[in-house]
Design a protein around this ligand. Sequence first.
Ligand code: UD1
Ligand code: CA
Length: 450
Amino acid sequence: MVVVAILAAGKGTRMKSNLPKVLHSLGGKTLVERVIQSTEPFSPTRKIIIVGYKSEEVKNSLNHISEIEFVEQTQQLGTGHAIQQLLPHLQGYDGDLLILNGDVPLLRTETLNNLLNTHKNNQNSCTILTANLAQPKGYGRVFCDHQGIVQQMVEDKDCTPQQRKNNRVNAGIYCFRWSELAKFLPHLNNDNAQQEYYLTDAVTQVGKVMAVDVEDNQEILGINDRLQLATANDILQARIKEKWLLAGVTLNDPASITIDETVEIEPDVIIEPQTHLRGKTLIKSGSRIGPGSLIENSQLEANVTVKYSVITDSFVATGTRIGPYAHLRGHAEVGENCRIGNFVELKNSQLGDRSNVAHLSYLGDTTAGTQINVGAGTITANYDGVKKHKTIIGDRTKTGANSVLVAPINIGNNVYIAAGSTVTEDVESNALVIARSRQVIKPEWKQKTD
Ligand code: UD1
Ligand code: CA
């Protein structure tokens, strides 16, 4: 039985940000979200997030995660003070409490499992996660005897020069037998360099305390400033790219590519340089994405190619070619074997199979059929200044260059629209529509004006 508590009340002064520290994002998730998710595989009986600074913002950011509880720490007087807030909520609780720092986002579930197992197997009162860092600056130091039993913990700011040389650091991750911690919590004091109530002071007061070294030091990186956030991002990107490379995805110039952890990629996808895959994106086999593209919350079926384009919240079916310089957004859905070409924007529009929109067009709020050809410069005028209106285009219809379709409008199947037309009324199937003034030629005009 384990209850998880996540410390997330601090402002994160060193981030120099309006956003609470734990809401900064890493690989497509916020720091605190990542910490919560690392605990999910072992199904904690309760997950309690301690919030304080801009607590409403933190709570709102997590409303998609079920079964979490929030406890307020209205003043942030230190990590020990944060855990004191749990006392009324865990009265009579007899199990273990796993405490995680909301700003340590790269921990793997395996590491937490290892900590919990060591804690149980040795019947410890407390087990803490530690690491030996070449540069331990900023972290609390942990002093153990030769059996790994913790004797003393001293915060960086409280260390003597001699103590500061100790490379063993506190990762900020603890498993406590709650009944023992609860007894000591009310007696913490803030008699230290930061005048804070340190949770670390409670550690050495309970019974047997063991330290477990983390396997990979990168995991315990705490985020206190943007430099550490960038470092964490590099570490995470390296992990993500290694995973996809070994799963059969080609990344050309990996250093110039970024991939959120939430992205899925099938084998035999090729990602070209300067390409960024974000959010809930899925890219299926045989697709070639980039160079220079951004794909966000979108699904690309097999054998799609995308060059120098931006696709957000959209769906592209098999064999379709996008770009260069196309923009799909607002739930655009493009059928199979289509071509969306240079400087084309599709917004909230569906396009049937084997259709082409090759040059300089905007289709907004449009449902178009199969095998249509949208001529260069065709625009749907979907906005009257107040409301958006729908355009419907039937199968095999061809719009001439520079035509404007003024919505709401319904254009049938097999329609031809003459170049330069401004179409304001519905057109029935199989018609030719010419909606522009006739060309007038005045011969010898030049001589008359001389
Ligand atoms: C803490 C540890 C330090 C450890 C380091 C690892 C203490 C006293 N020190 O130091 O030994 O090496 O983490 O990263 O615990 N928080 C609250 N309420 C507060 C204060 C902090 O919720 O009143 C939260 C913060 O939002 C943050 C976490 O606790 O998520 C850690 O706080 P922080 O101030 O960053 O502690 P460190 O100085 O890094
Ligand atoms: Ca910290």
